[in-house]
Design a binder for this molecule. Sequence first.
Ligand code: GP9
Ligand code: MN
Length: 626
Amino acid sequence: MNNKKLQLPLYLLAALLFGLKTYVVYRFIFNISLENFLQEVILFINPFVTAFFIFAIAVWFQKRRQLKYTKYMILLGSLILYFNIVFYRNFSDFITIPLLFQGSNAADLGSSVLGLVEWWDIALFLDVIVVWYAAKKYGDNLLLQANKRYKRLAFALSIILLVVNYGLAQIERPQLLQRTFDREYLVKNIGVFNYHIYDAVLHSKSKAQRAFADGNELSEITDYMENETTINEKSELFGVAKDKNVIFISLESVQSFVINNTMNGQEVTPFLNELIDDSYYFENFYHQTEQGKTSDSEFLVENSLYPSSRGAVYFTHAQNDYHALPEIIGQHGYNSNVFHANNKSFWNRDVMYDNVGYERFYDINAYEETDENSVGWGLKDEEFFSQSMKYLQGLPQPFYSKFITLTNHYPFDLDEEDATIDKYNSNSKTLNQYFQTVRYTDESLREFFDDLKQSGLYEDSIIVIMGDHYGISDFHKKAMSQYLETEYNDYQHIQAQRVPFYIHIPGHDGEVISKIAGQIDVKPTLLHLLGIDTSNDLSFGTDLFLDERKDFIALRDGSFITDDYVYTKDQCFNRETGELLDSTNQLAGEGEDSVCQPYVEKVEKELSYSDQIVYGDLFRFYDFKD
Ligand code: GP9
Ligand code: MN
């Protein structure tokens, strides 16, 4: 090639290649949903606008520095994009700053992360390779001797492009930056890099919130609770479990769609299905977790507050003042403890557990773990339960013991000999294996119940079982559509966030309860079963056995479920039929009348009140009068 003819300066080449790659990633890896033409336009121009902004800075540098800047920026940008891709493959979500500070978890992720990297990912660095190669081979020809005018022009152009991009985004989605819960919307509209900058701003804002809080914020919030969530009534079941032990089992990644369902004609969860017959089983119970996964579900259950929309509150706000379930029941004579065969520092549990009033945490050190009795993330569930029995039997009563299972965790690995149901057959290895590990956990539960009965503990206990969060993310749409035999659209996705919730009280027939419910409701429900008055408590949930209840379940990204509707991503569906009632991206604008609109505001208000409490550490100003 004649070097002289190569006129495209390196920074422009980099901007074009990097922009193109980013677009391809948005479209085909992040699977960003596009609902109208404007969204397509924004998603297309945004990668180039951002890339131009980043690389046009190069023109301000002299000679070789120009090349260096371009080379390292494309590498850095590609790495950031790639880390997001790996993260997205597991969580269908984007990285947030607080997550990056959870380094101690990373070491435990081992096998999970490897399963998320593909050899062909190298293709995602083609642009980097081309730019580095071009810089080496044609270096000097790709340099630009920019004069002042050129520099200013390049700068002005990059700003204008950004403003146009942002303007279009505002038309598409008014109040984009005020409504912060949905990261996909942010990435769709302003791109993943600007999203990271925005996230950094949010991060510092939430950090500042504690410093500036003085407790005056509380009166508005307690008024709200007074009106919406505090119901001074007693259900028929108030006090039925007074002084009984509570065995709370958190089922890793079990979603409700496997309950009472079959896979290739085989029942997936025979034990959990049977258990419905003599339990209170909530079939429309939703998890409300975000990036903190299991720990978010624990936070919801302990505090009846919402977890953080970014990062894990177990990490970011472990030192706050709380008024948590273990602490409250501790004042009524309960000994609270946790059984979970993982490192005690995972999710910062050791610190948080201590703070919310658990007396003991039986972590991995309490168990004998060998190559034979562990798989995937660690000790197999059957071993976990059976080895726990000796501790449980030695506890002073009444106790509140939380068990957190582990085998049914992504990537859902299982030893051949433990598989008692076939793998599913779809394009998702994850979903295919999921049925086997769910079945395994189901069987280990049966054995645990047998052990409890044999030990005599069963009769004196109530057993609560709850799925912690989803196991099959949005990323497996195609396989889920195949399994559910219906298109896995946004409505189906929200309905798939239902997780099993059982309250098993020996001697009670129980019933299947269809009303909408969520993890936020567990704390007041349990307290009432134990006969503990909650009028002094501050919580966003309500006793599930009361007839009069708050009329929505809010998910952490602003989606919600009411008796009649399911709302997500600006779409309002009929809850029963899944029919799309209205879809508008102007919901926050004026004059729109979606039937979901009144709830949109209520939900945002409730979530932001909860954030105020957590970020401002407001309970330190409140006297719970215990
Ligand atoms: C780890 C276990 C699993 O201890 O709770 O965590 P998850 O990834 O589901 O949050
Ligand atoms: Mn989990």
